[in-house]
Write a protein that binds this ligand. Sequence first.
Ligand code: NAD
Ligand code: DAU
Length: 362
Amino acid sequence: MNKTLIITGGAGFIGSHVVRLFVHKYPDYKIINLDALTYAGNLENLTDIENAPNYTFVKADITNEPELRAVFEQYRPDAIIHLAAESHVDRSITNPNAFIQTNVMGTANLLNLAREFWTLNPAHTHGHFPDRKELNNLFYHVSTDEVYGSLGETGFFLETTSYDPQSPYSASKAASDHLVRAYGNTYGLPFMLSNCSNNYGPNHFPEKLIPLCISNIINEKPLPIYGDGKYTRDWLFVIDHAIAIDAIFHNAKVGETYNIGGFNEWQNIDLVCELIKQMDAKLRRPAGYSEKLITYVKDRPGHDKRYAIDANKLKDDLGWTPSVTFEEGLDKTIDWYLSNEAWLKNVTSGAYQRYYEDQYIN
Ligand code: NAD
Ligand code: DAU
């Protein structure tokens, strides 16, 4: 094992795909999956690699500094890929404090420890970033395109777009992005950052639009469409996000930021109709059978109209482009949910308890 890498939030949706990719691709790294196992964290996402020799799970909460310190003391990480967060916009509207605690304070705890263990070490020269090939002391922060706010009918988010977060979730992520850059600028902490568009794919918690609709089409439950359904998102298959993180982590210059996106914009209502079309066919229902489930509900407060990412910097610098089309990705995703109904049943019982029906339908 030549390097120890902590991946925070590795039991969640995107984190589990990142952990799996790194465990398979880098047998020489010791991969520590650090996760508090909130409602969104699920070790069932990783049963296929749980016994891999280069993989360790550690249950720890990033808001708990002493707990986090103990993990740093024990494992002495060479690098961190930070994904742990409260990630759902609607929950940030009903409970913003949880987002401020985890996304801002939790990130600050990680930054303070990384600084203490790395930059206060006498071997580190302030402002001199380590040789990239050595992967030494690198803090990679995984963030969102929502920090840029909302677009109108045209235009794209660039890495240079000013921050303009609109929800407590995006404001908390924007704050954590600013902290990461400030620790780089002020203390010489080697960092990199990426801001990605909406992910979809296997293991996505069914509170987000695509997995919620897949689950509700299976169970013939309402498909809640916020407002007029004409809000636009850019969708990326989760494994392509994991591949982009790998490319950036290993090849980007320290201090860089990359936007990651699918070049794939959909209005919500069109996307839900596409899901209905594909799922009715797979479930051998008559074409259009599930359209009756579409239910317009009250809008999300402060709902951002449109997100669209320009991911050309990542394409030009590192040669990354999405590896699957949206049609292929959606097909793989629907098939995964249809073959993993036990997973779906397990995560929708217990803490989740049909959050959506309470918030938006009743
Ligand atoms: P998720 O909600 O599925 O998973 C979050 C994980 O973090 C869970 O395993 C949870 O247990 C863990 N976690 C939460 N609070 C914690 C704490 N206090 N201490 C330790 N672990 C904690 O989220 P996701 O959709 O996989 O998103 C992962 C990251 O990627 C987030 O930082 C999110 O902002 C970012 N992101 C997500 C998307 C998306 O479309 N889902 C897009 C761009 C960026
Ligand atoms: O853009 C990246 C972000 O994408 C990530 O940072 C967030 O972690 C992730 O949750 C996601 O945020 P969104 O708010 O865009 O995703 P969500 O799936 O919640 O909603 C997608 C769109 O669908 C949005 O316009 C709201 C709408 N929607 C959502 C739900 C859950 C509905 O119309 N009905 C619903 O039931």
